[in-house]
Design a protein around this ligand. Sequence first.
Ligand code: SF4
Ligand code: SF4
Ligand code: SF4
Length: 169
Amino acid sequence: MDQNAIDLGRRSFLTGRHRTPPDRIRPPWSREASVSAACTGCGACVPACPQHIIALDADGRPALSFAAAECSFCGACSEVCPEPVFDRAGAPFEHVALIGANCFAGRGIVCQSCGDACPEAAIRFRPRLGGPALPEVSAERCSGCGACVATCPASAVSMSTRRLEVAHG
Ligand code: SF4
Ligand code: SF4
Ligand code: SF4
């Protein structure tokens, strides 16, 4: 288990600091380097996505938004791509969900929407005295699908790089 990531995630939840958001979220099984090296900007993956979460960024390269829907890992984007951008042998994403300081539960309002939406049961709620249970993301279980992003009524969930450096201070 990546204990550092989990500990850091918990601290990030409590403080809203130590975030390491990826610049852009690339489609699953692609990486920034492979997009830079091989993507021609043809845009074939955009209409191929049944979830409608792929758009071309300002550089004409595919980027995901989980604002309205999650990735279903259907693989359509990787199948339609004519270039060596996708590597289905690897993990789909390098990011995991990170819950920020806007979370209702952290502000005293009962909410477990993200946990209800998570298909991996990666968000558990830790009971505490004097307030609603607080969500904690298991970096080990989280697939990075983004289902918790769209469902959060407080817009408190973002994605963070999986390998977080240990923060000091
Ligand atoms: S795997 Fe499917 S749902 Fe996910 S981004 Fe690709 S086409 Fe869209
Ligand atoms: S859905 Fe958002 S506000 Fe509700 S518990 Fe999860 S992170 Fe907090
Ligand atoms: S990104 Fe997906 S798997 Fe990870 S916590 Fe959110 S809903 Fe669960």
